[in-house]
Design a protein around this ligand. Structure first.
Ligand code: SF4
Length: 306
């Protein structure tokens, strides 16, 4: 709680940094709602671990893109060229070659393309069978709720139908909701159920700042001496989610806004190798101002959840 309060003071005045209307990566402002919803539904389904096992980067028209940015840049170029690409029917029949043509241009390595194709095909075929092939039907069914019950599910329960969205800690589900909310397509009434989408960056920051206080038995994992089990991964990320919810509440900001800050902080400042503690805006809230757990890395678990 002490660290949560200190972090909350640091982030209470942050502004959104993710521009969900950036036409380099995302559908244009005037694009049809179904196209926008489908685009985010399919793309977030495959937005995981783009840089593990290789360097997913490429220069396009003189600009270097890497990781998730490259994935979305290539996706947007495809949307511009072929607006029907992100439809349920097309995705249900997607081949590995179709996928590689779009997301793996020559010289670019992307981890587990077969898994990503399987996730897209599962999503496309279930969307066809259960929701008449329309992504907007998921939102209609959710009736502006994040969470519901078995008879009256919210978007969180509805998304669990799809393998891509089956993460116990619901990272991709909350990331999708963040995009749809900012685009004005999903306006949940139950904001108390909003959570940060916990990925490797958020987990790393939670560990290094001491927001998660882990005893010594966890240290071999933090040194990446072995991979974490799925149970360990789920426990750590769920604790991270709960902890950042407290930070957001203390700061009186939304978890999605907090995620903007944390994600770019993890990507640019509190990076995996040698965090830049001297430049860090939350340094005085961090345990030992970065000197206690600056060495720690987030444990690695091999999954497609985040
Ligand atoms: S002080 Fe260092 S370890 Fe702590 S959050 Fe900042 S960059 Fe990360």
């Amino acid at each position: 709680m002490e660290i949560a309060k200190r972090l909350a003071e640091k982030v209470s005045n942050i502004e959104p940094t993710l521009d969900v209307f950036d036409e380099k990566f995302f559908p244009d402002r005037n694009e049809e709602k179904e196209v926008v919803t489908s685009y985010f539904l399919f793309m977030i389904a495959i937005d995981h671990r783009t840089r593990v096992g290789g360097t997913y980067q490429k220069e396009i028209e003189g600009e270097l893109f890497f990781g998730s940015d490259l994935l979305f840049r290539l996706a947007k170029l495809k949307l511009d060229a072929d607006p029907d690409f992100y439809t349920a029917r097309n995705m249900a029949n997607l081949s590995i070659n179709d996928f590689k043509d779009v997301f793996m241009p020559e010289g670019v390595i992307l981890r587990d393309p077969e898994v990503r194709v399987a996730l897209l095909r599962d999503l496309g075929s279930k969307l066809l069978t259960l929701y008449e092939g329309k992504a907007l039907n998921l939102l209609d069914r959710a009736n502006e709720r994040i969470k519901g019950g078995p008879e009256d599910p919210g978007l969180l329960e509805i998304l669990k139908t799809f393998i891509a969205y089956s993460d116990p800690v619901e990272k991709k589900s909350f990331l999708l909701m963040k995009f749809l909310k900012r685009r004005g397509l999903f306006n949940p009434k139950d904001l108390e159920n909003e959570q940060v989408p916990v990925d490797n960056h958020l987990l790393r920051i939670a560990i290094r700042t001491g927001l998660l206080r882990l005893d010594k038995s966890w240290f071999p994992l933090l040194r990446n001496e072995r991979n974490s089990t799925l149970e360990e991964d789920t426990a750590l990320r769920m604790m991270t989610r709960v902890a950042f919810k407290i930070v957001a509440e203390e700061a009186q900001i939304s978890p999605f806004l907090l995620d903007d800050f944390l994600w770019s902080h993890g990507r640019l400042v509190c990076i995996s190798e040698k965090p830049m503690c001297e430049k860090c805006s939350i340094r005085t809230a961090c345990l030992g101002e970065g000197s206690w757990f600056g060495w720690a890395k987030e444990p690695f678990n091999d999954n497609w959840y985040y």
